[in-house]
Design a protein around this ligand. Structure first.
Ligand code: PA5
Length: 427
């Protein structure tokens, strides 16, 4: 975590200086103590689950080898982390490169569900239905559609279904039918749950090394338990964002310069928004992707309202690289040199324009490093909640919307429309 670009009051009148840290020293200590105390009281299950036994997933990994496809059904915290890790490790075109295909059903958009069902052979698909509450409308709906189709094509449909839940209708169905079931712990919030069965059960079937993932999280946990803010990257980054927020930086832009981290950005967006956006306060998370968004949002960041703080993520070694031949200044450079230079150029330019920016540097992006990165942000969010004096672990506004949707559905008449017919042979 490199924060040298913001720690200079001489450069920025609105920048952050050591004095800012000294001024809120007590507050930082209190935030740290509260997080550690909550962990001791068993309130922060996300800090404990990384020490759970992961051997239970190896049987599932073996079992999944008989299937050609994996479909994960879930919403928000029950699916975004899995997507972030899968894409972060495997890449954005892995389905085209690999025999086993992975699909994420994370919406109630009928076109999406229909198209996925139209692509896959359901009989050869292992379906994960994941919901802590067990009652989330989109998850339940997609699950019920797929379950019914499976029942229609095979007597052995039970073999194709794995449920991860804590309670609710989904759990009731799993109990009744005897589906493979993993329990999501009660004291782990949805968006903090990727290191529980929510993420580990599907990820181990996607050829992700969950042991390395958890090792990364544990390594970061060690750092984040340090009381000294200069040795604790999560406490440091939370404090930087807290000070920036109090200086009018109401938008936090995350800008990785690697496509594999785009889904991580979506995961971060949910974590930051849903955890700290409440009681009339909050910092709006925005995800940008370097270098392409330099040609999109950068004008605004550079020259618009001075209300943002930017975090770059740079991965130093790419999986593959390509050389650019015979042309002006690009001559004999690689694409990795180009994208790194673009990141550096943007960073320098933002700094010259007095836009606060920090950077996270990762040597290589793999299970271990993405495990570290995710856990860093989970801890940072916990500290930020305490600094802002809000409960980072509830989401009353989201729950409100869910209740209203349910009521509207109960009141509206049953649909008369006919279902669309698949065009492929499988369904
Ligand atoms: O972070 C959260 O709590 C939410 O985003 C939930 O994960 C999301 O609403 C899905 O809820 P559930 O897992 O109960 O289906």
């Amino acid at each position: 975590l490199n924060y040298t670009n913001i720690m200079d009051e001489i450069i920025y009148e609105e920048g952050i200086s050591l004095l800012d840290f000294v001024n809120i020293k007590e507050k930082i200590n209190t935030a740290y103590d509260k997080v550690m105390q909550k962990c001791k009281n068993d309130e922060l299950g996300f800090m404990k689950i990384i020490y759970d036994d992961i051997l239970i997933y190896y049987e599932l990994k073996e079992y999944s080898k008989d299937f050609d496809n994996i479909v994960v059904i879930g919403m928000g915290g029950s699916i975004l982390g899995t997507q972030a890790i899968y894409e972060g490790v495997k890449g954005i075109h892995y389905n085209d490169l690999n025999d086993k295909k992975v699909y994420f059903l994370d919406n109630s958009d009928p076109e999406k569900t229909f198209e996925i069902l139209n692509i896959i052979n359901l009989k050869k698909t292992l379906v994960f239905a994941i919901s802590k509450s067990g009652n989330t409308a989109e998850t339940l709906a997609n699950f019920l559609i797929i379950e019914e189709k499976l029942k229609g094509i095979t007597k052995d449909y039970k073999k194709n279904i794995v449920v991860v839940a804590n309670t609710g209708e989904l759990k009731n169905i799993a109990d009744r039918e005897g589906y493979k079931f993993y329990r999501m712990p009660e004291n782990v919030g949805g968006r903090f749950s990727v290191f529980s069965a929510v993420g580990l059960a599907p990820l181990c079937c996607m050829d992700i090394d969950i042991e390395a993932l958890i090792e990364g999280a544990k390594e970061m946990d060690k750092l984040c338990r340090n009381k000294d803010i200069f040795k604790n990257p999560a406490l440091m980054n939370a404090t930087i964002h807290y000070i920036a927020y109090n200086k009018g930086k109401t938008i936090s832009v995350l800008m990785p310069y690697i496509e594999r981290l785009h889904k991580f950005g979506l995961w971060y967006r949910q974590l930051w928004a849903e955890s700290i956006g409440k009681n009339g306060i909050g910092q709006t998370p925005v995800i940008s992707l370097g270098a392409k968004d330099q040609h999109s949002q950068l004008q605004l960041y550079m020259d618009g309202l001075k209300n943002i703080i930017i975090t770059f993520i740079t991965v130093h070694k790419f999986k593959y690289d390509l050389k650019i031949r015979s042309s002006n200044y690009l001559n004999n450079r690689t694409l990795s040199t180009l994208i790194h230079s673009e990141q550096k150029g943007t960073e320098i330019s933002l700094t010259n324009n007095k836009i606060p920016n920090i950077s996270i540097n990762i040597d290589e992006l793999n299970e271990y490093t993405i495990g570290k990165l995710i856990y860093l942000y989970e801890m940072q969010t916990a500290f930020m909640g305490e600094l802002l004096e809000i409960n980072a672990f509830n989401q009353p506004a989201v729950e409100g919307g869910k209740i209203i949707t349910r009521k509207l559905l109960e009141e509206c008449p049953v649909d008369e429309i006919k279902e669309s017919k698949p065009t492929k042979k499988y369904c």
